[in-house]
Design a protein around this ligand. Structure first.
Ligand SMILES: Nc1ncnc2c1ncn2[C@@H]1O[C@H](COP(=O)(O)OP(=O)(O)OP(=O)(O)O)[C@@H](O)[C@H]1O
Ligand SMILES: [Mg+2]
Length: 402
């Protein structure tokens, strides 16, 4: 543990230094506050013991500077001073000192107080380490949830794209066959072989071809446009890694997310109602907000029986922001589960169906936007999840522009 001592009295400084070294500390001694401050900035110390009365930069000023500096890890500061009044102690502690020792100091008292300082520094270090691990775990969880969301929609999207692709492929095969027959008939005409031409025309069913050719082409184009729309939507939706905050129209965001879950909605014959109010633009991270909408919609769909109802509602809340609601008439939430909904890994779904991360990640995202999520639910009647977002995401806006 590295200790910095600052004292302008040589005798007192040397004594302090020799004790500390004897007790196994790595000590750096400064002759005054200014030197101590310079040394402090040059390398890292966990414990600082400083005299109060020193010329220019005194002990209080040194401690104030240390507290204002942005360094990693906690620095324990002890004021060592001849000032022994209670008011002095209060003034010293208010400046940021952790401990206060009067001169002349008692050797044993100094030793045990240093032990206490060491304990505090070590506790702080282990807390910082735990925090770091927690943050890493959290970011891994969020990453997992992103992948899970993408996985969930990949299945739906694959189906959505497969459908038009199947009939586009089919139509193209028909178009090729018919065009080849028509061209063969044309060739017979050109050769002047009218019997063969008539036979080929009949075989090709030219009349049918005339009626249907352009319709088949239109359908094929429609199918391709559908694929293009799905891909565009997916791109809009999956801006999961776009780091910036942007002004976004949440109706459009919700719309693109509804498209993404369209397949799941149709598969369960769910009736989807949209009540979109006029919304101002919201400064947000659109990819993350889409992730929240997706999680709420997937939960609502999963809660519903076949033929259930899901309602997506948006409205502006004058002065405060925007409200987005996802309501279902599904199974509802049992009161004893109510408190645990946003806990990571809380799920009532069978293994393989739910990881229990959707709501906890959504909660984190909404909180980072300075908003909130509320829930109304009644068992057997359904649930409403309400996301309230401020127009400007105060919390993270500045950091995202750094
Ligand atoms: N609309 C809803 N209706 C009923 N219960 C819900 C609804 N939304 C969430 N829940 C309950 O909250 C639990 C946690 O939801 P969450 O979205 O966090 O996880 P999950 O859906 O179980 O799994 P994941 O979203 O990770 O696939 C669900 O298991 C379910 O019990
Ligand atoms: Mg979920």
């Amino acid at each position: 543990m590295r200790v910095l001592i600052a004292d302008d009295e040589p005798v007192s400084r040397k004594l302090l230094q020799s004790y500390l070294q004897k007790w196994g500390y790595e000590v750096t001694a400064a002759q005054n506050g200014a030197e101590a401050w310079r040394l402090f900035q040059e390398s890292s110390f966990s414990i600082v013991i400083t005299d109060w009365m020193m010329p220019e930069v005194d002990g209080l000023e040194l401690i104030r500077r240390i507290r204002a500096a942005n360094h990693s890890g906690y620095v324990h500061a002890t004021l060592l001073t001849a000032k022994a009044q209670k008011e002095d102690l209060v003034e010293g502690m208010e400046a940021g000192a952790d401990d206060f020792l009067t001169k002349p100091f008692d050797r044993d008292e100094l030793r045990v107080r240093l032990r206490a300082a060491e304990r505090i520094v070590k506790l702080e270090q282990s807390l910082a380490e735990q925090n770091r691990v927690l943050r890493e775990t959290q970011s891994a969880l969020v990453q997992n949830e992103k992948l899970a969301s993408l996985g969930r929609l990949a299945a739906g999207v694959a189906h959505e794209i497969n459908n038009p692709i199947a009939y586009v492929t089919n139509n193209l095969a028909v178009i090729r066959r018919d065009t080849q027959s028509a061209l063969a008939a044309l060739d017979a005409h050109r050769r002047g072989d009218m019997t063969e031409a008539a036979r080929l025309e009949q075989a090709a069913d030219i009349e049918y071809l005339r009626e249907n050719f352009s319709r088949t082409c239109d359908k094929t184009l429609e199918g391709l446009q559908r694929v293009r729309d799905i891909v565009r939507n997916l791109r809009d939706f999956a801006r999961l890694d776009e780091a910036e905050f942007k002004e976004a129209n949440l109706n459009a965001a919700l719309e693109s997310t509804l498209e993404i879950v369209g397949h799941q909605i149709r598969e369960k014959s769910i009736q989807l109602e949209k009540h979109f109010g006029e919304l101002p633009l919201v400064l947000c991270h659109p990819g993350k907000i889409n992730q929240v909408f997706l999680n709420l919609l997937v939960n609502a769909i999963q809660a519903c029986d076949r033929g259930g109802v899901v309602i997506a509602r948006t409205r502006a809340e004058p002065g405060s922001g925007v409200v987005v609601e996802v309501q279902d008439n599904g199974c509802g939430i049992r009161p004893e589960h109510r408190e645990r909904l946003f806990e990571p890994f809380f799920t009532t779904k069978p293994v393989g169906q739910g990881t229990g991360l959707g709501l906890s990640v959504s909660f984190g995202i909404v909180r980072d936007h300075g908003g909130s999520i509320e829930v109304d639910s009644e068992v057997g009647r359904g649930s409403t999840f309400r996301v309230v977002l401020p127009l400007k995401a105060i919390g993270k806006q500045s950091s995202s522009h750094q």
